[in-house]
Design a protein around this ligand. Structure first.
Ligand SMILES: NC(=O)c1ccc[n+]([C@@H]2O[C@H](COP(=O)([O-])OP(=O)(O)OC[C@H]3O[C@@H](n4cnc5c(N)ncnc54)[C@H](O)[C@@H]3O)[C@@H](O)[C@H]2O)c1
Length: 283
């Protein structure tokens, strides 16, 4: 997966191009379904994991609010890009493995060439699977951390230099409420999300002087299409009953929080974890 961190190159050094690249131009007459706003107009966003689920909702929200969004995902982003296009926004998908430093450098180069300087980076990609600790292999542990933690490190590292130069930036790592209310059979995942929170706290202390905020979003159980297909309704009901807000979380709930966290309005918040879980966690 990733190379030796000690021998990392930097974006712009002619690294690998993504295996696939596509974009659909923004406005098509008559295609708008949701009114656009100018909240993030002029902003360029780099996001991992925007092909589906919460990431897709974030891309749609930020694009609807005027940002141009570049998505790095191992999966095909065509559906996300098409939904953005239909709403009159601008997004591009790049087939990138976020755990590969070389590929993330290639992504940063492509984003700069296509859109310019991205000052907002959101790490949403994750490996999510359940396994009893006894059955967990070191390969599974390593793979989880390479996507969930190393991926966040790569995304931040690739886009930080431009943020520092511009003296403005927003970095958000998508963690999980499971760190605060840990379920069984997810030790590998919970540990990776805890590491992300450490990354956020440490990096926030280091880059604040450049006008860059670094925060984490910790979603509660969210009704993505994969979760609806894979999680029994009884579990959704159980979680909903523990929440203060008596409905299940939707991807749009997380996208709304991200929209705030990457805005100018959030300029005095850094090193924090925003728990968006309907009040389940009480932390
Ligand atoms: N859905 C929930 O209930 C829930 C709850 C808490 C936290 N989260 C977090 O929210 C985020 C989004 O989760 P989701 O439920 O929408 O999942 P999802 O599986 O729909 O989205 C994850 C995306 O990451 C991509 N991805 C996986 N490995 C990658 C890699 N190596 N490089 C680039 N992209 C890669 C996948 O292709 C996918 O598009 C994750 O960080 C997850 O841990 C989700």
């Amino acid at each position: 997966m990733s190379g030796n961190i000690g021998h990392m190159s930097t974006p712009g050094a002619g690294w690998l191009r993504p295996r696939d690249f596509y974009t659909l131009a923004a406005v098509t007459a008559g295609a708008k379904t949701t009114p656009m706003s100018a909240k993030h107009a002029g902003k360029i966003v780099a996001i991992s994991g925007g092909a589906s689920g919460i990431g897709q909702a974030i891309v749609r929200r930020l694009a609807r609010e005027g940002a141009r969004v570049a998505i790095a995902d191992v999966a095909d982003c065509a559906q996300t890009v098409e939904l953005v296009r239909q709403a009159g926004g601008e997004a591009s998908g790049f087939v990138i493995d976020i755990s590969s430093w070389e590929q993330v450098c290639g992504f940063a180069d492509q984003v700069r060439a296509r859109y310019g300087v991205a000052l907002i980076a959101v790490h949403c990609a994750a490996l999510q699977f359940m396994s009893a600790f006894d059955e967990l292999s070191s390969e599974q542990w390593r793979a989880t951390h390479e996507v969930n933690v190393l991926g966040g490190f790569h995304l931040a590292k690739a886009f930080l230099p431009a943020m520092k130069a511009e003296r403005w930036g927003r970095i958000v790592m998508v963690a999980s409420s499971s760190f605060f209310a840990p379920p069984p059979r997810m030790t590998h995942y919970i540990a990776s999300k805890g590491a992300l929170l450490g990354l956020v706290r440490g990096l926030a202390a280091e880059v604040g002087e450049f006008g860059i905020t670094v925060n984490a979003l910790a979603p509660g159980l969210t009704r993505t299409s994969k979760a609806i297909a894979g999680v029994p309704q009884a579990h959704f009901d159980e979680v909903r009953n523990r929440q203060s807000i008596k409905r299940s979380g939707e991807p749009q709930d997380q996208a709304a929080a991200i929209s705030f966290m990457v805005s100018d309005d959030a300029g005095f918040m850094s090193g924090q974890t925003m728990l968006v879980d309907g009040g389940e966690g009480h932390v």
